[in-house]
Design a protein around this ligand. Sequence first.
Ligand SMILES: [Zn+2]
Ligand SMILES: [Zn+2]
Length: 348
Amino acid sequence: MAEKKETISMIAVLINLVLSAAKIAVGILSRSASVIAEGIHSGMDIITSVISFFGIKLAKKPVDKKHPYGHYKSEVIAGFLITIVLFLTSLWIIYGGITDFFTVKEIQVTYLTLGVMAASAVINELMARIKIHYGKNYESMALIADGQHSRIDVFVSAGVFAGLFLVRYWAHIDSLIAIAIGVYILIRSFFLGRETTDSLLDVTAGEEFEEKVRKLVEKEGIRLSGIRTQKLGPKVFAELKVELDPKLKVDQASKITKKLQQKLTGSLPELQYTVIQISTHDIKEEYYKPPIGEGFTWRGRMGGKALGPRGQCVCAECGKAAPHKRGVPCTSMKCPECGSRMKRENNS
Ligand SMILES: [Zn+2]
Ligand SMILES: [Zn+2]
């Protein structure tokens, strides 16, 4: 499945390559600074995607003598490189936009210009959906975040598209939109820089934040047996381990954690990605709240997909094994031999 993740990244790169070239070409033909800026923006996205594509590859390589901590560091260096490239490009686009603003020129909007920009918006929306869909399936935060980025790009393309209709009334709107795209890339470069620094330092969200989470969990009457947080720029990821009454059905347990998750994201706006592991029920609920738009939940299995469908329950007393039924926690099963409580194999 890792291959599929990379295939999606590669397809996204190729599509952006075509979009970028098409936008720069029609932008030059119609002398539109905003269309050219949008083409450069897509070009920047290619660099980001390529680096994250190689990042995936590097992360998969095992630890060796030269890289005792794995290949994590190369991703961080790549992150800093993209930050610098994004920063310089944004300054260049903003500078170009300002110069353009004071130049008298006539923008020639053709059906081709409009068609390319409309296609750009539609294709970005499709890519956003595909990336988020597979990101959820393969539990890849990188892919989900990338999909979220594509969704923002839909608005950028749509903005340029709308601007092309307005240049008839006020030609300067074109350079203003180009400047706005430059500012958008500038902001992204700052966020990326902060995220890279945070991931390099591997910082948690802090004792104060974790204490707030503990209080909220307590208020819901849920037992918290573990918490892990990570700060990435303005975002916070949290992983909670909770224990519920083992007699509860999976759906009931899920309802309780869903309510908890809503309380958490409601009171802690910086919390973007929450994983709640219900150790008594062998399931985990994941929740992602994007900066724009609605969040979504999905259910994973504890220990990831590595356990496979052959996971089984074993008796703690006599060692008798029984197949694990999905959705039925091992802890609620009685041993067929001696009647004592069963446990999940390799995972208790
Ligand atoms: Zn973009
Ligand atoms: Zn037994």
